[in-house]
Ligand binder design. Structure first.
Ligand code: AHR
Length: 491
């Protein structure tokens, strides 16, 4: 019998809802043919797909990163403003396509406004200049009688957009990135970008460009940029055809967050920095099948992937004191929970945990004690399309758990991923102190086979089962089925 013991006094931190953030990039059918489809009977007067907007609402993204991704490192943001018919079509080198620039800054802002989402812009540190970056801040946030603020007004937006979050480049460490840099060169360049952007609007929050959290790049960039940044970004993609390599891989998130936060705290201590530097996991997901530009990254997800996504979310909850933003990459069609055609859409398997966590998990993360079967994965067994290895991080709890409560400790939400491919696990849930819980509701994502996927033909092959729970004497025993996510909501 497994055991989860909960003490509502053992608080890990307050969850920042920005961990449920999203990301859209000018890539394949994410924007064009995804959220934005001009002339489609499914679109509104702005060209926004209404069915997609409905589905996006269910993800409850509080924040949306844009415009890339690799795309941003060749993006001239000024191409995307003003009368649409006058905007230039450009050869786009990150994904080898043509960018027509019909969706630009004002369209992005309108989308955020309509969806009540906070915008987060990543600037071009590949081909882009300091001037372009500061001009972009001025265009979005300027209030004075200045050229860029006036141009925004002329384009129909008298009020500033007040974009608070700004990223200092995307994956500048990678050979694949236009204008890629060494860590030392990135620090030099990013310091100057940071300076002029903050001087343009001192209220903005800057996100430094991190790698995976455990790399030499991270050490150098954190040391070099600590005084100027408010967030440090991490990216992580995992995934495998091998069930255990796939569902256990998010253990890397715990490792990255702990390693990276230690590096941040070391820099803050040595440099006597008062302001906090939080982690923004501003790209994360399962992604291993559709890796080429030709595939447009149209990954189709199965139940095992949904379990991995659930474990990512568990890690964010468990590290809610350090990770204050996370952006699922991406939102529609491109490695995404929502998949469209010209006629409609279906929700991929990974949509369901994203929705359940955003809707059911509470404000405060608790430090739960978990006693259960252990899983091991050897280097020989591990299979991954990504270079990083997780085998050395084991053994792993078969039940991956995160627990949250409301501020008063009256309402609880317990998320349990049973990663066992074959066995159910009967589990007692105990409380350190007597707690008055009389009602429960259960949300579960499961299917007979972890390879089950949704599709236009079978949109509900993997969906959410929801029901009331009977509780006796404030104690609870529940059998978590093999390869499932269960969220128990108790009050
Ligand atoms: O999200 C897909 C791509 O993955 C992004 O463009 C890039 O930042 C990362 O390598």
């Amino acid at each position: 019998m497994a055991r989860i013991k909960i003490d509502t006094a053992r608080r890990l931190g307050t969850i920042d809802r920005n961990i449920y953030g999203g990301f859209i990039e000018h890539l394949g059918r994410c924007i064009y043919g995804g959220i934005y489809e001009e002339g489609s009977p499914l679109s509104d007067e702005h060209g926004f797909r209404k069915d997609v907007m409905e589905a996006v609402k269910g993800l409850h993204h509080p924040i949306l990163r844009w415009p890339g991704g690799n795309f941003v490192s060749g993006y001239r943001w000024t191409d995307g403003i003003g009368p649409v018919e006058q905007r230039p079509a450009r050869l786009e080198l990150a994904w080898h396509s043509v960018e027509n620039n019909h969706f630009g800054t004002d369209e992005f802002m309108r989308y955020c406004e309509v969806m009540n989402i906070e915008p987060y812009i990543c600037v071009n540190m590949g081909t882009g200049t300091m001037d372009e970056a500061r001009d972009w801040v001025e265009y979005c946030n300027g209030t004075g009688d200045t050229y860029w603020a006036n141009l925004r007004r002329q384009n129909g937006h008298p009020e500033p957009y007040n974009v608070k979050y700004w990223g200092l480049g995307n994956e500048m460490y990678g050979q694949w990135q236009i204008g890629h840099l060494s860590a030392e060169d990135y620090v030099k360049k990013a310091r100057e970008f940071a300076k002029v952007m903050k001087w343009t609007d001192p209220s903005i929050k800057l996100v430094g460009c991190g790698q995976n959290g455990w790399n030499d790049w991270d050490q150098t960039v954190i040391d070099g940029l600590a005084p100027l940044m408010d967030y440090y970004s991490l990216h992580l993609y995992t995934g495998s055809d091998d069930y255990y390599s796939n569902v256990l891989a998010p253990a890397l998130v715990d490792f990255a967050l702990e390693t990276c936060q230690a590096t941040i705290e070391r820099a803050r201590f040595n440099q006597k920095i008062d302001h906090p530097i939080h982690i923004a996991y501003d790209e994360w997901n399962v992604w291993f099948r559709q890796r080429s530009a030709e595939s447009a990254l149209e990954e189709r997800y199965d139940l095992a992937d949904a379990l991995a996504v659930s474990s990512y979310l568990n890690s964010f909850v468990r590290h809610s004191d350090t990770v204050k933003m996370a952006n699922l990459a991406q939102m529609v069609n491109v490695i995404a929970p929502i998949f469209t055609s010209k006629e409609g859409l279906f929700l991929q398997t990974i949509y369901h945990p994203l929705r359940i966590y955003a809707e059911q998990m509470q404000e405060v993360a608790l430090d739960a004690y978990v006693d259960c079967k252990q899983l091991t994965l050897t280097q020989d067994q591990e299979r991954s399309r990504w270079p990083q290895s997780i085998a050395s991080l084991g053994p792993f709890n078969v039940l991956d758990v995160s627990v949250t409560s409301d501020q008063e400790g009256h309402e609880l939400a317990i998320a349990v991923v049973n990663r066992d491919q074959e066995e159910d696990h009967s589990t007692t849930i105990q409380f350190a102190d007597p707690i008055s819980i009389s009602q429960g509701r259960l949300y579960q994502v499961n299917a007979t086979d972890p390879n089950t996927s949704n599709s236009f033909e079978q949109p509900d092959a993997v969906t959410v089962q929801e029901r009331q729970l009977e509780l006796a004497n404030g104690a609870l025993t529940y059998t978590f089925p093999a390869h499932s996510l269960t969220v128990l909501r108790l009050h």
